[in-house]
Design a protein. Structure first.
Length: 666
């Protein structure tokens, strides 16, 4: 054995020993056993009859590489969480009918087992529709091609496929003894998601669908409760839960026999291309949590706790690749202060007085306009916990409570241990603030091999997908590509062209996709795009035309499929209308001129990295070692006059760019 080989072996053995030691240091699972019951009443969930508080964080396994999972879970546990929530991603797991993928980032079972190894519970939101700022709401594209299907409705084709997938996932979890009733750590499962947002689209049939979904879920006999998210009522014993920023003040539980559970406390606002950064303060999140708990809530899930990365083409329409960087843990897996630490302190304080909170007699006192106290007491044991709230905006104040005066800042809650001593206030932050900085990795700039491959602008005669009118984009790409070429050609006679040289005809294109680049006679003619709010757009640019045959090529691009709405199955993209205006002979309508379409780009040969300098990039896709890292669109400037997203990739990188800067960015 060579010295180099011996060194590699020694390092490998050391790494294995360290990994084994880390595994051994994690607590042995003892929170449930085979036969454990997870039940509930109007106050809380109960595990084997024991009431518990649940501080949960959303960490979605496909949004980070498996190497990061242990670190993320460690940080979450140190942040005071005892539960992790994740969706199940149908289109990631079943990209084609009965062809399943549970490898790499999609290894759901590995992720769930890691959660258990850290001594934490899990909430599995099976859906299988999830929204989640995920492409197509995680519904596989192939569902759209099933005859007569209507998504999320009392529709037999959809219900058949939904039931097959839900039961497939449930069986996977059962086979691994994941449910608390089997001695595992999954304490809740979710069916459907935020149906209240689209129920009106299906009127009475929506109620029938919900009843069916609830009954189907319950028929799986998982031994733990099912929930329905953002649904004011839920069938049978299924628990409806709240989504939003202030569920303590907005959520009205219509069934008084079910507990108040908060499945999505939004820690920020997800980012979209072209939108400015939207912050949510640590103080406001803490205020919302204590308002919810003071009013009887016992489970809160931070959405997102760690947002991660929308790799490849997984982001929904216009959603940024690093879409939720403002959570308590940033996209790179680093705690974001003060949000992380301020919430950690809140969790630790509540846990310290959990007995009074969970078992105490509740009472309410109005202390003035906008001031109130909510108390939890066990008098015979002299245990008391009080939440004093100042719900006024911009008005600090002092209140009298049980003979003592307390200063309460506006929009804040103070926790009083023994109903006397202030141990926490949501507006008093005692943790350090952090600032993230980036440093150029010199090593990554050496020994790079640079090559550039240009896509040939297609012409009508070079295409083999032809139609009288432009075809709908998604039906052609099958959600396998963001891009579709539309090409046509037309002949102009001398009397068609403007007589004056300073007058130029105008190309007008109506698009239902997200962006477009136009080429006339192989020359760049312009580009345009929509926004997250207004996805469709009209592109019009003066163009240069010539006598005889002219060639028009339009590169239409999608920035992800929509993730919500009652009309998902009817979602359309592509060119809707195309004309040449300003000709001497009038407007030339090209809509039925005969169009060719090209779906896929030719990939360069070889295994060497294909790299383009990001300083000249505007919009496209990034690949690292052959794997899609996500979309970028640095040229989409926000109202605040900054780029929507900066991209930092210190590895072997291939970048697919649709427009060079010298011509102009989209």
């Amino acid at each position: 054995m060579t010295a180099a080989a011996a060194l590699v072996l020694a390092v490998a053995v050391a790494a294995a020993l360290l990994a084994g030691a880390a595994e051994a240091s994690r607590p042995k699972w003892n929170l449930t056993k085979k036969g454990t019951t997870v039940t509930y009443d109007k106050y809380s969930l109960m595990i084997d009859g024991r009431r518990e508080l649940f501080f949960s964080g959303a960490i979605h396994y496909p949004r980070s590489p498996p190497q990061m999972w242990p670190r993320l879970l460690k940080i979450a546990k140190e942040g005071g969480l005892n539960t992790i929530e994740t969706y199940v991603f149908w289109n990631a797991h079943e990209p084609e009918p009965a062809q399943f993928n549970f490898e790499g980032r999609n290894d759901m079972i590995k992720f769930l087992k890691l959660i258990q190894s850290f001594g934490m519970y899990a909430i599995v939101r099976i859906g299988p529709f999830i929204q989640g700022e995920w492409n197509h709401g995680a519904l596989p594209y192939w569902l759209r091609e099933i005859p007569h299907i209507i998504f999320r409705a009392n529709n037999e084709p959809y219900k058949r496929e939904m039931e097959k997938f839900v039961k497939f996932i449930v069986q996977m979890l059962k086979d691994e003894n994941m449910f608390a009733s089997q001695g595992g750590h999954v304490i809740l499962a979710q069916i459907e998601n935020e149906y209240g947002n689209i129920k009106k689209d299906h009127i009475t049939e929506g109620d029938k669908y919900l009843e069916w979904a609830g009954e189907m879920a319950l028929s799986t006999n998982i031994g733990v409760p099912w929930i329905m998210c953002k649904q004011s009522t839920a069938p049978g014993v299924v628990i409806p839960t709240c989504n939003g920023r202030h569920c303590g003040d907005t959520w009205v539980m219509k069934d008084e026999n079910k507990p108040h559970l908060w499945t999505e406390n939004w820690t920020a606002q997800f980012r979209a291309f072209g939108n400015d950064l939207a912050q949510r303060s640590a103080e406001d999140i803490a205020y919302s949590v204590l308002r919810f708990f003071a009013k009887g809530g016992t489970l809160v899930n931070y959405y997102m706790y760690y947002g991660g990365t929308n790799f490849g083409r997984t982001g929904a329409s216009y959603v940024l690749t690093g879409y939720y960087d403002e959570g308590p843990v940033d996209e790179y897996g680093m705690p974001k202060a003060p949000k992380y630490g301020h919430l950690r302190d809140l969790h630790n304080v509540i846990k310290s007085y959990s007995r009074a909170f969970l078992e105490g007699k509740q009472s309410f006192e109005l202390l003035g306009q906008g001031y109130e106290a909510r108390n939890f007491e066990i008098p015979e044991e002299k245990l008391c916990l009080a939440f004093i709230s100042n719900n006024n905006t911009g008005e600090d104040g002092t209140v009298n409570f049980r003979g003592d005066k307390y200063y309460i800042p506006s929009r804040s809650v103070s926790i009083l241990a023994d109903c006397k001593h202030v141990v926490y206030n949501t507006k008093r932050v005692f943790v350090q603030h952090s600032e993230r900085s980036f440093h150029k990795a010199d090593k990554a700039t050496k020994n790079n091999v640079w090559e550039m491959f240009s896509e040939v602008i297609p012409r009508y005669k070079q295409t083999n997908i032809r139609n009288k009118e432009p075809l709908e984009q998604y039906n052609q790409t099958k959600d396998q590509s963001d891009y579709l070429w539309y090409t046509t050609s037309f002949r102009l006679e001398a009397d068609d062209l403007p007589i004056r040289g300073d007058i130029r005809p105008v190309l007008a294109v109506k698009s239902s996709s997200h962006a477009l680049v136009a080429f006339v006679n192989d020359a760049f003619a312009g580009n345009g795009h929509g926004t997250k709010k207004e996805k469709g757009f009209t592109f019009d640019r003066p163009i240069n035309l010539r006598l005889g045959v002219n060639h028009l090529a339009l590169l239409s691009s999608s920035m992800g499929m929509k993730d919500s709405g009652g009309e998902l199955v009817e979602l359309k993209g592509g060119i809707q209308d195309c004309t040449i205006q300003g000709l001497n002979t009038g407007t030339l309508d090209l809509q039925v001129n005969g169009w060719g379409h090209k779906r896929y780009f030719d990939e360069p040969d070889g295994d060497d990295p294909v790299v383009l300098d990001m300083t000249s990039m505007c919009k496209g896709m990034i690949f690292v070692n052959g794997e899609g890292m996500g979309r970028y669109w640095t040229s989409f400037i926000t109202p605040g006059k900054v780029a929507s997203q900066a991209v930092y990739v210190p590895y072997s990188t291939a970048i697919f760019e649709i427009q060079e800067q010298p011509i102009g960015c989209i």
